[in-house]
Design a protein around this ligand. Structure first.
Ligand SMILES: CC/C=C/CC(=O)SCCNC(=O)CCNC(=O)[C@H](O)C(C)(C)COP(=O)(O)OP(=O)(O)OC[C@H]1O[C@@H](n2cnc3c(N)ncnc32)[C@H](O)[C@@H]1OP(=O)(O)O
Length: 717
């Protein structure tokens, strides 16, 4: 709703009231209409200020209302009504003015913002465009290039940057509403006719065609099949080339297409899923809202390879003092330099001073005695990690949390090396750790709720979306990756090429196909894990393509035996012009190698189509996701989906693997898995899991209802 009062004698003050972000729900929209009527009909009122309750102007349209039919006054005529008011209307922007919130402010005749307020049109991240006149008013106000940038990236700008762009008229560091009221008093006698942004001509640009061609090319490259960024460019083009009324009509058409595309639903699901994962729970019943995290003022990072460096930077940037430790002197020197320059670059980007005094270095473990939390980031080797945990347990003061950045090793085994296993959790970062938004927080069977809460909170402090998951091999992300990779290998054996598989997956929307991805992360990583698992050699009398009773592809191992570790050696599934080269080129050697392999193993290459690549790779991955839910390793489908979108480049406009399973139809996923499992009975990951069957038997409920079908979670180990 909206509150109304008259202040300073002649100013009508409208306050949007819908905590926590004053989203424009039906009640708020009705409130604005009613209070505007009041202000305009009150003869004592000469000007109007619109502000938001509790220091937040407005977080935009109420996204929760998008899934039901519209009730209450629609936003477009509401904003039109504000703009055409005969009395000057001033927006007092504090906190946030996003999406429909900024569009409302654009309908006002003046905008006064706090210098730290955040303004933006982030609809593109929800699969939409600024569909309440924002795509038409913003270019008229700040010009086409700047509007294209804000609308297609959805980025927020501060009040200070907004002033430079011409988006606001004045910036203040004082109380914004008081300033806006003063301003409203000063313009009370000025008719607002010349302040209506919809009547402004769009500023001219010397070469509109080239500008829009360039913008379209850029968004198509980044969009990975998402429709919204493309529609945003089309809408701004309409603003630049058509009269306002026709531009609004084009905005409406484009918005209608997006709204019904399915992509918007997926992206809105992703928005809420990112917030839902913060409300974690553990099998013991411990929860986010009943567990207090421990304080972390000082942390230690052990092992300064790529991950340790990124983690150190992320901690320092979050305001935590860090001791970064590395036993190898040469590596330590290199790490010091690398970390300092990462901190300097980050600080420059954020316009602050680099917090170089927040980090110290050590070549031994002793400083561990004086820290609140340790993150171990040594080489992925259980024996080595166990030794580190034994040492830490002996050195650390009581209550120090011990975390491992393992990407899949058993947290319980590490905990059992310590005197206080309840203080041990996994903190699985993703490379580069100071950039990637995802953190998997892994609780073992003895991890205390406080240890989990502390890791979750620390992740949040570092600007990450933290997801709490149970302890099993590979946790959630890497566990699901295994059947996906396996299918890709099997498809090569059966007749296709890495280029075709990658092309299909990239067309689906992954930033990189599975083979380009493997080349980037290094083929030797998986090779070492398979070696440790005793998978490299076939047992006597068994085919080279069978291990532990199941189908196995030795293709990856054979490449590693040839020293083909991917980008770093200049050869992998592709060839590169030099070791460390980044441009993947098809490699005739690899094609010959695949042919030879097939002949050797009596395999006849067959034609594999687009659909089979997608279904075999993705449905196997989704099936593992259902197993993870069944095992209670993830508390709900949202956890898995957030992990995949933020950590594994799953396209956000497809929601995440579990959401996508629902979009495809659970019945169809089940049938196709049954079909492929019948064709390949020696591949257990293709056997549909019980939860999937159960959901289908129960009428394929929508994804938000799946939790009702999950057993109470149990630790698996
Ligand atoms: C034709 C009409 C077209 C209109 C287009 C639009 O306006 S679409 C909406 C555009 N707005 C946005 O995309 C903003 C989305 N919100 C945010 O980016 C952030 O929430 C925030 C406003 C920057 C605040 O961030 P903060 O970290 O402080 O809080 P949370 O993100 O945790 O949010 C708090 C709770 O508020 C819920 N929420 C936020 N925005 C909206 C919204 N626009 N509609 C509905 N609900 C919203 C959010 O979900 C959190 O609640 P949970 O219960 O925890 O989920």
């Amino acid at each position: 709703m909206a509150q109304y009062s008259r202040v300073s004698g002649t100013v009508g003050l409208i306050t949007l009231l819908n905590p926590p972000v004053n989203a424009l729900s039906a009640a708020v929209r009705q409130g604005i209409v009613d209070t505007m009527d009041k202000a305009l009909s009150d003869r004592k009122v000469k000007s109007v200020v619109i502000c938001g309750h509790n220091g937040k102007f407005c977080g935009g349209a109420d996204i929760r209302e998008f899934s039901s039919p519209l009730t209450g006054p629609p936003l477009i005529p509401l904003i039109q009504g504000v703009e055409s008011a005969a009395k000057p209307v001033v927006a007092a922007i504090e906190g946030v003015a996003l999406g429909g919130g900024l569009e409302l402010a654009l309908g006002c005749h003046y905008r006064i913002a706090h210098s730290k307020a955040r303004l933006g049109l982030p609809e593109v991240h929800l699969g939409l465009l600024p569909g309440a006149g924002g795509s038409q008013r913003l270019p008229r106000l700040i010009g086409v290039p700047a509007a294209l940038d804000l609308i297609t990236t959805g980025r927020h700008v501060t009040g200070a940057e907004a002033l430079q762009l011409g988006l606001v008229d004045k910036v203040t560091d004082r109380n914004t509403v008081d300033e806006a009221v003063k301003f409203a008093l000063s313009v009370a006698d000025q008719p607002p006719n010349s302040r209506r942004v919809s009547t402004f001509p769009c500023p001219r640009h010397p070469d509109l065609d080239a500008l829009f061609e360039g913008a379209m090319q850029r968004v198509r490259q980044r969009a990975r099949g998402a429709l919204a960024p493309v529609a945003c460019v089309q809408a701004v083009r309409a603003a630049a080339t058509l009269p306002y009324a026709q531009g609004m009509e084009r905005e409406r058409e484009l918005m209608a297409t997006l709204f019904t595309s399915g992509q918007a639903r997926a992206q809105q699901y992703h928005f809420f899923a990112q917030r839902a994962v913060g409300r974690w729970s553990m099998p013991s019943g411990a929860r986010w809202d009943t567990t207090k995290p421990g304080a972390v003022h000082k942390a230690m990072v052990i092992g300064l390879g790529t991950m340790g460096r990124g983690i150190s930077v992320a901690l320092v940037q979050a305001g935590v003092s860090v001791v970064a430790m590395e036993t190898n002197e040469k590596q330590l020197m290199e790490a010091k330099q690398a970390i300092s320059s990462m901190l300097e670059r980050g600080a420059k980007r954020r316009g602050v001073a680099p917090a170089l005094d927040k980090i110290g270095y050590s070549s031994n473990m002793e400083p561990a005695a004086d820290v609140d939390l340790v993150i171990e980031a040594v080489f992925e080797d259980m024996a080595l990690k166990k030794k580190v945990f034994q040492q830490l347990s002996a050195l650390c003061k009581p209550g120090t949390f011990l975390c491992s950045n393992t990407s899949g090793l058993d947290i319980d085994q590490l905990a059992s090396e310590t005197r206080h296993p309840e203080l041990v959790v996994g903190m699985h970062f993703f490379a580069p750790a100071h950039v990637m938004k995802l953190l998997e927080v892994v609780y073992g069977s003895r991890s205390s709720p406080q240890a989990v809460a502390t890791a979750m909170e620390l992740g949040k402090q570092m600007g990450k979306v933290s997801v709490a998951v149970g302890n099993c091999r590979g946790f959630v992300g890497n566990r699901m990756l295994k059947p996906y990779l396996e299918q890709a290998f099997f498809l090569l054996e059966e007749g296709t090429t890495p280029e075709f598989v990658d092309q299909v997956l990239e067309e689906f929307g992954f930033a990189m196909g599975v083979f380009r991805m493997s080349d980037l992360s290094g083929l030797d990583v998986g090779w070492r894990v398979r070696k440790a698992d005793g998978l490299l050699n076939a047992s006597e009398g068994h085919s080279a393509r069978i291990r532990q009773g199941c189908r196995y592809s030795p293709l990856g191992d054979l490449l590693c035996e040839q020293g083909r570790f991917g980008q770093k050696t200049g050869r992998g599934w592709y060839q590169y012009d030099k070791p460390g080269g980044r441009v993947a080129k098809p490699d005739p050697w690899l094609h010959g190698f695949l042919e030879k392999f097939r002949t050797q193993h009596g395999l006849v290459a067959r034609r594999i189509d687009h659909q089979e690549v997608l279904e075999r790779c993705l449905y196997a991955l989704m099936n593992e996701g259902f197993r993870i839910l069944e095992d209670g390793i993830a508390a709900g489908p949202e956890d898995i989906d957030v992990i995949y979108v933020l950590g594994y480049s799953w396209p956000p406009h497809r929601g995440g693997p579990m959401f996508y399973a629902g979009m495809v139809g659970l019945q169809k996923v089940l049938e196709r898995l049954e079909h492929y499992h019948q064709e390949h009975p020696d591949i257990p990951s293709l056997k549909p899991c019980n939860l999937l069957r159960n959901l289908v038997v129960n009428g394929s409920p929508p994804v938000h209802k799946w939790r009702e079908f999950l057993k109470k979670p149990q630790s698996q180990l």
